[in-house]
Write a protein of this length. Structure first.
Lengths: 378, 378
């Protein structure tokens, strides 16, 4: 048996495909979607424009955006059976319920079985519209309320907050949710997008790939950081206790959550847009302490930043959700709402020149051995 | 931007981990589970013994096997809500319904949220018992029948046929199903097991990983071969037309289904056990023509076998299912029943020394460019 092959644990540094969707320069801390910097997009674009950009490669003109937006809004409908399924599973974690409902849509909507680029985009946009509906419906049902029906006049972000809360959001709140979705929209071959590509590699349909992506995002090491940061903030309690908290963690060689990323060595470029949002929202809502605790943690972590330990995107997003009164177990589902266009376009790219993704494990088990009859075993 | 890196399309030939579960020698056409040849296991073992072997690394003695079998049988129960969900989604493809039900179990059974080796094995065995129940219940429900309750006195394979048909299977039929499960039980880092490992890499739980595996197996290029072969057999119709069929396909440079495998260059060692099953079952049931058509295709393909085009495991299994009167859209779900122990142990191995699996794509999109306001776009 071969023993001198290289084992690429975590597939770290291994390129498996070319992609024209996003460019991450981990050293410089730069993120481009289709050539546009995340800063320009966070400051100027809407989530709908970013969806169009990611999926079609160019920013839409007025007519293209209107048509795209109309298609996205038309997707705001769910079969009755999905509500039944949410009711049956209502006590589960929201990610499990979301994944179950998306999986059920594959069984309920026959167009889900279609493959190819046009079908992937069509089904992807419909799912992009449906995913926030499922999350909001589950949140209503588990709290004994009737789901709020989607409003086809609102933007994607505003409609999400409307369905979640049952009241029209302020312009600022809708804008902050919109920016949050833009920042989470795409991030290369991260574990969830990569797993979805592996599913597409077997010629599966888009719904199957999205179910894989949701399963993979649900792992705490992928989508769970915002929740972990919020727990840390609660544990710290007040800004003056942050330095001691960080010192204790580092002494015990434990990670401080919200810092570090497989790809970034500089600060995650998405973080700054959320940081400003936390500061403003906290001040407006008379709750500036969350921002202060986070900044005290950042200050205490400065000595370690030469190890590439800078804040990542999820360091700030949890506090924004908290200020909005959103329960912690919805943080990962919210990540999923934002990530939909990234997953879709990664799957579209995969199926263009599709190939089965099948790496190898090196066998380190027993050599060939003889069968032993049941009665003769020790 | 870096341009001279190697792109490992399909991750072909890339080792990402060591594994002690199975050894595939593609050149020799050899497959070992934990050191035992697939031939010894297919001829001597039961599926329950193979499950134990794969999961625990050694063949069980009499007491160990009895305890393991009791745990597997105890798992034969489904919450009522799963039956409700199957009813809601009953018109979907059986793989979509199976995946939805497994995903729902994560929401319905709180123990599904536990992680770590012991929890993965416990939850895995329970799912191994539940998966055939879901498939059989769906088959009953979509045909307007009440699901047949599991019989805790029967073997895994016999209970499957009992639930599917509502009558106790003959010893031969149960044995053939048992061998079919053994042959499909494990096959290294194939796309579904690998995708499940990517999901586990984010510290997700086993149910999430199994949902990923099911999504990935559902792709026609992975689990769909048995169905494709059966369609081909119907298209050929009689043994004398096989040579012409193969010639036409090869002339058009189209693949003949059921031949070739990413890993095997010699004959897939699993094929021979199914071949003998097809021959015997066909003769017994007075339907020898399926076997004859398959063998005529094999003969016609002989000139191409120097390209590594030998039959794979799924070349024969479809005909066995057909002889049992099982509808074609259950072929992939049956593959899933067999593959459960392999997926489970791959996930157990992954979480032992866990690492995020996150390869890279090389950016080939536009260079950094300036933002353009909506009104100014062409």
């Amino acid at each position: 048996m071969i023993e001198d092959v290289k084992i690429n644990r975590g597939l770290k540094g291994i390129y498996f495909e070319r992609s024209g969707v996003s460019h991450i320069d981990g050293g410089k801390g730069e993120l481009l979607y289709r050539g546009y910097t995340i800063h320009d997009l966070a400051e100027n674009a809407t989530f709908e424009e970013v969806c169009y950009l990611l999926i079609h490669g160019e920013l839409p003109n007025t007519d293209e955006l209107a048509a795209f937006d109309a298609e996205l809004k038309a997707g705001r409908e769910l079969p009755d059976a999905v509500y039944d399924i949410i009711r049956s599973a209502k006590d589960g974690h929201p990610m499990d319920v979301l994944r179950t409902a998306v999986s059920a849509l594959a069984a309920l909507e026959p167009t889900s079985q279609e493959v190819g680029e046009a079908a992937f985009i069509r089904n992807g946009l419909r799912l992009t519209a449906q995913v926030p509906m499922i999350i909001a419906a589950h949140e209503a049902i588990r709290n004994g309320r009737e789901p709020v029906m989607a409003d086809k006049n609102l933007s994607h972000a505003a409609n999400w907050l409307w369905m979640l809360k049952g009241e029209k959001p302020s312009e600022e709140a809708a804008k902050l949710a919109d920016v949050d979705f833009i920042l989470h929209a795409e991030h290369g071959a991260n574990a969830s997008a990569f797993a979805a590509r592996v599913t597409v590699g077997t010629e599966a349909n888009l719904h199957g790939a999205m179910v894989t992506a949701l399963s993979t995002l649900a792992g705490p090491a992928h989508g769970g950081a915002a929740e972990d940061v919020m727990k840390m903030v609660h544990e710290i309690g007040t800004p003056d206790k942050a330095a001691e908290y960080v010192k204790t963690k580092r002494k015990a060689r434990e990670a401080v959550t919200g810092f570090g990323h497989r790809v970034y060595r500089a600060e995650d470029p998405r973080a700054r847009h959320m940081r400003e949002g936390v500061r403003k929202l906290g001040a407006e809502m008379g709750a500036p302490e969350w921002y202060e605790i986070l900044q005290a943690v950042v200050d205490a972590m400065k000595p370690y930043s030469r190890h590439g330990l800078n804040v990542n995107v999820d360091f700030y997003s949890g506090v924004i959700y908290q200020l909005h009164g959103i329960p912690m177990d919805l943080y990962v589902p919210i990540f999923a709402i934002g990530r939909m266009p990234g997953w879709i376009i990664q799957c579209v790219e995969q199926q263009r020149q599709n190939i089965l993704i099948r790496p190898l494990t090196l066998y380190n088990g027993p050599d060939k051995r003889d069968w032993i009859t049941l009665g003769d075993r020790a």
